[in-house]
Design a protein around this ligand. Structure first.
Ligand code: AMP
Ligand code: MG
Length: 435
């Protein structure tokens, strides 16, 4: 049922390992899209797997060995959602734990499951939650919570950090990772150099699209380290992420992001920076001028992707005029800091409304004859506002799964769910990595 595709192809990046035996495992959520029975899931968890090795830049600092410090890759499995690598986060200590306990708490596990269901529902590429399991332990971080594990599915867990580790070991390792990744992405080329170029283009393209979609939703990932930057362009690791309520380009939610490196508006530049780190791994395989030329294309790729996803959110087709209109929108958003979702969704709900500061912009927008139906399809009615995510987590911690399921139903159908109101208490929202 599970094939060790990754570990068989790249044994140098995989240490055989197993999910630890938990005192009292209890499946709290099982994702209906994957049609896994309880028994099958528990059986899978008992199978031998691997902890993956990878490196990464964390907040700009290179760490030569990170790896799965609290996760085990069980293998790849055919699911109704396609071939997925099954990964268990909160699987217990591994050879890569670096002094950490290898555990996860229920709160952060629920957050990842809940938000990633929403991301999937609105067409943002993401890893998926297959199941949330409590382990029967108590885990202390900022507070004591039930121990939990997230069973996660992804097209692949290859990340920029995988290539960075390969590069520290030498050219043959980079080529091995490249050949394996090319298989995952369905790329083919006559020479290794051409394959590497194609690969870089593909990753840049998928990252540009991914970050553009995050920006449209006001999503702040919070920890865009290279070890969390996926080769397949999936949103990977939902630790300290949050959504904008009031618009602010400088919004930072993570308690550890003191410099605001991963603030909302920096995300495209951070993705570009990560792409340079990826390209660096190919020095000696691809000519340096070619690599430089490639990574310099990222801002334009991002810009195009951003206009493509933003234009329909305001009911328009991408064009140079719409691009200017979108830039103007960003400017007034930054100046007046309104509730971001309220404003974008409000355009559809009440296109003829008037507002002093919005009026000149609204006039230009209406003159372009926006398509309200297009807006309905491209910007959801409901989204998991930070206070809703917190309520869901609190409900889970209080064992009130009825509320969790009700909110999950909205997350899975956000275009038809009732509108999510802004928070009553506008206190600053702070998130924690959950480690
Ligand atoms: P993250 O920020 O969650 O992507 O984690 C960064 C690195 O820290 C990865 O190598 C994780 O495996 C590791 N890590 C995070 N939390 C823990 C933990 N509780 N125990 C051991 N390793 C951890
Ligand atoms: Mg990570």
């Amino acid at each position: 049922m599970l094939s060790h595709t990754f570990a068989d192809a790249l044994p140098q990046f995989a240490t055989p390992w197993r999910v630890e035996a938990w005192p009292d495992p209890d499946i709290k959520l099982l994702n209906p899209d994957f049609q896994l029975a309880d028994g099958t899931l528990l059986h899978i968890l008992s199978r031998p797997g691997h902890a993956q090795a990878y490196a990464g830049h964390q907040f700009g600092q290179f760490v030569p060995m990170l790896g799965d410090g609290r996760a085990v890759l069980l293998g790849a499995m055919n699911t109704p959602e396609g071939l997925k690598e099954v990964h268990v986060k909160g699987a217990g200590p591994t050879p890569f734990s670096r002094g950490g306990d290898g555990k996860a708490q229920l709160g952060p596990v629920l957050r990842e499951y809940f938000i990633s269901e929403f991301m999937h529902a609105i067409g943002v590429p993401t890893t998926r939650g297959l199941a949330v399991i409590t382990t029967g332990e108590k885990i202390a971080r900022q507070q004591v919570q039930p121990g939990a594990a997230l069973v996660r599915g992804a097209d692949s867990h290859l990340r920029v950090g995988t290539f960075q580790l390969a590069a520290t070991r030498g050219r043959e390792h980079v080529l091995a990772a490249l050949r394996y990744s090319a298989g995952v992405l369905g790329l083919e080329a006559e020479t290794e150099e051409a394959l590497a170029e194609q690969f870089l283009r593909r990753v840049m393209h998928s990252q540009a699209t991914l970050v553009a979609k995050w920006m449209r939703m006001g999503f702040v990932h919070g920890v865009m380290n290279t070890d969390n930057c996926s080769i397949t362009g999936e949103t990977l690791d939902y630790g300290p992420c949050a959504f904008l309520d009031d618009f602010d380009g400088d919004a930072v939610f993570s308690s550890i992001d003191h410099q605001g490196r991963y603030r909302y508006r920096n995300q495209p530049q951070m993705a570009a920076w990560n792409m340079v780190r990826l390209a660096e791994c190919f020095v000696g395989i691809v000519d340096v001028d070619t690599l430089n030329g490639l990574v310099q294309e990222f801002p334009a790729l991002y810009r195009r992707a951003w206009v493509e996803v933003m234009a329909p959110a305001i009911g328009l087709q991408p064009s140079p005029e719409v691009e200017t209109l979108l830039d103007d929108l960003l400017e007034i958003l930054q100046e007046h800091k309104p509730d971001y979702y309220g404003l974008i969704r409000g355009l559809r709900v009440d296109p003829m409304r008037s507002s002093n500061w919005q009026e000149p912009w609204l006039r230009s927008w209406r003159a372009m004859e926006p398509d309200l139906e297009l807006m309905r399809e491209h910007f959801p009615n409901w989204f998991p506002r930070n206070h809703i995510v917190e309520e869901v987590i609190q409900a889970g911690l209080a064992d009130d799964w009825g509320f969790v399921h009700q909110q999950l139903a909205y997350a899975r159908d956000p275009f038809n769910a009732p509108v999510a109101s802004p928070p009553k208490d506008p206190a600053p929202y702070v998130t924690y990595c959950g480690t």
